[in-house]
Unconditional design. Structure first.
Length: 418
């Protein structure tokens, strides 16, 4: 009995918070990976906390930090770095990378585009896990019906509008039965807007601004917002009003819309639910191709004792291993974040069957870091409110971006005093 009690006492328990940002049974996959890790590491127990979507999960982690009970690790948006640094909540991986060849190999193996939001001033603050780029999904059968080549998706904004007009289908009474295009305008996200801004030749932030300079009142941002407004108000190829992120993949799979902008992480859901041939493609350009990277990374939180830290690092290494990253990509549709994952048999078989999975990986060559800024959620809320005001026709785009810039500067001021 004493021996058994000693064995139980040696078990190390760590806490792990995670989100699910797209449709599909992704929580079930992650819980399955955790159970597998625990079987392979019987001395470690991982207490999982499913946090909801990205924003809800972030709020739960922040609440835990403020309560003095931070998790040992959490998957949070890669762009949350500055917010977490301002809270003095996280520590870099560098001391552990220096002592651990497996971690060092991992850092060198991640796609460079996915490390852009992970590093600051030479330090590695997070490791990629569920990573993505937004891509264009299109219904090949609808393309054929509209007289479009299903192997030639639109390459420019002008072509996107032209195709969407041909793909929009109305009944004899003039009611829309299928829209040509849907680009979500989610309540609290700027991700898809960022892509349009990049395609218009701009960025939503100053890369040299160290989390303190957001560029809302600029011509590329105005062009991006106005483009989204015009899709419904002028071209009549997109639903009126705010288009919800969560329901858009389902609308596409149901044939209610012929083309959508969405995360590559939705590929698994669409693959399993669309009853028609579909393609994926780079998001069309205005003056250049480009998208923000997206998704979430593993962070290390301050306060873990040495045993918990060692257990946490073992768990993270398991979750970001080439083998598990390949399985995660197949299960979910997210991009396997490690280059070596793509040479494994499971990935070669996957892309042979589903070449659509290659789009997001290849688009990384044109990707930029996702908006990295202090006070992230408030800043995103302000920009998203301005975008919605334009899309809904409540404000002129110049008025909206001018007002949003002033509000963003005010939101950043407490964190960016010189």
């Amino acid at each position: 009995m004493l021996s058994l009690g000693w064995a139980v006492a040696q078990k190390t328990t760590i806490t792990f918070y995670y989100p699910v940002g797209v449709a599909g049974p992704l929580a079930r996959f992650i819980e399955g990976y955790v159970a597998e890790f625990e079987r392979q590491n019987p001395d470690i127990e991982v207490k999982t906390v499913f946090g909801g979507n990205y924003e809800e999960n972030q709020a739960k982690v922040v609440a835990a930090i403020k309560a003095g009970t931070p998790p040992d690790t959490a998957i949070l948006l890669s762009q949350q770095l500055f917010t977490l640094l301002a809270m003095e909540a996280i520590e870099p991986f560098d001391p552990y990378i220096a002592k651990d060849p497996e971690l060092k190999r991992a850092v060198g193996d991640f796609f460079p585009a996915f490390m852009m939001n992970s590093t600051l001033e030479g330090k590695v603050y997070s490791l990629p896990f569920q990573r993505s780029t937004p891509i264009l999904y299109y219904n090949k059968e609808a393309f054929k019906e509209a007289g479009l080549d299903p192997e030639k998706p639109p390459a420019t904004w002008d072509e996107l509008v032209e195709y969407a007009k041909r793909l929009t289908k109305r009944d004899p009474q003039g009611r829309v039965v299928r829209y040509g295009l849907a680009i979500p305008t989610e309540d609290r996200s700027t991700w898809l807007l960022e892509g349009l801004v990049i395609q218009a030749g701009g960025l939503l932030y100053d890369p040299q601004g160290r989390g303190c300079k957001v560029l809302v009142n600029t011509e590329p941002v105005r062009q991006a917002m106005q483009f989204k407004r015009d899709l419904a108000a002028v071209h009549r190829v997109s639903p009126e009003g705010v288009i919800a992120w969560g329901t858009t993949p389902g609308d596409f799979a149901a044939g209610k819309v012929a083309m959508i902008y969405h995360s590559t992480g939705s590929l698994g859901f669409i693959r399993n639910n669309a009853r028609f041939a579909f393609g994926t493609a780079f998001q069309p350009k205005k003056v250049r191709y480009g998208v923000p990277t997206g998704g979430a990374n593993f962070y290390l939180f301050k306060g873990s004792d040495p045993a918990k830290r060692e257990a946490t690092l073992r768990f993270i290494k398991f979750m970001v291993s080439p083998e598990l990253q390949a399985r995660w990509a197949v299960d979910s549709g997210y991009v396997a974040a490690r280059r070596s994952s793509w040479s494994l048999p499971i990935m070669r078989e996957y892309v042979a069957k589903w070449p659509q999975a290659l789009t997001a990986r290849e688009q990384l060559a044109y990707a930029k870091a996702e908006l990295p800024v202090y006070n992230l959620q408030q800043v995103k809320d302000i920009i998203a409110e301005a975008e919605q005001a334009v899309v809904l026709g409540r404000k002129d785009v110049r008025e909206a971006t001018r007002e949003a810039q002033a509000r963003v500067d005010q939101a950043l001021a407490p964190f960016c005093k010189r």
